[in-house]
Write a protein that binds this ligand. Structure first.
Ligand code: SF4
Length: 197
């Protein structure tokens, strides 16, 4: 397989990828965006419904929460690079609605080399894993996210990986607990702020 030399090349290659079953049902692949030389990269699970339609990562409701939390802790979103472990949206149809489906480990493993290419292109000093799929893809083993949140783990390449939840988890919290959940999420992200200094 040829080495990917640019983010445009990564987009084209993932658009054509059918190395797992997800790609054939999605509208398009969605790769990371932001500062292409960012010192800090954030990785989620996969594009969602809006991301799949618009072709950009973290533009739906979870992405808006992520932007708010980054702003609150003084991490400008334009300074970081935001991506996903998987490059296509996995869903099931319920009527006309496309409902997010968690990717299998096999699907995440199939997509891992694209994430590795993306990390090799951006060369971040550190990475934030948003949720368990990202944590497993980045660290190479299952990570108990609730127990490990706010902690830095090491990748095989030596880059530190900060563990936290996926912002979509905040959308599932009962309304009365949402402020506290958002504050805890932002507190996790704040630990990555020093990377930008
Ligand atoms: S999700 Fe990843 S491995 Fe699966 S088809 Fe898309 S780019 Fe390929």
């Amino acid at each position: 397989m040829p080495r990917i030399r640019s983010l445009a090349g990564l987009k084209a290659a993932t658009m054509a990828c059918r190395e797992c079953p997800i790609g054939q049902y999605a509208t398009q692949s969605v790769i990371g965006e932001g500062n292409p030389k960012a010192r800090l990269m954030l990785v989620g699970e996969q594009p969602g419904d809006q991301e799949d339609l618009q072709g950009h990562p973290f533009v739906g409701p979870a992405g808006k929460l992520l932007s708010q939390a980054l702003e609150q802790v003084g991490i400008p979103r334009e300074q970081v690079f935001v991506s996903n472990a998987l490059k296509h949206f996995k869903f099931e149809l319920r009527g006309k609605r496309r409902i997010h489906k968690t990717p299998t480990q096999r699907e995440a493993a199939a997509c891992l080399h694209w994430l590795a290419d993306e990390i090799a292109l951006v060369k971040p000093e550190a990475i934030v894993a948003l949720g368990s799929t990202a944590a497993r893809s980045l660290v190479g083993r299952a990570v108990p996210v609730m127990a490990a949140r706010g902690q830095w783990l090491d990748r095989e390449d030596g880059r530190p990986v900060l563990i936290t939840l996926h912002p979509s988890a905040l959308l599932r919290v009962p309304p009365e607990d949402r402020d506290a959940a958002f504050t805890a999420f932002a507190a996790d992200l704040a630990k990555a702020r020093a990377i930008l200094r």
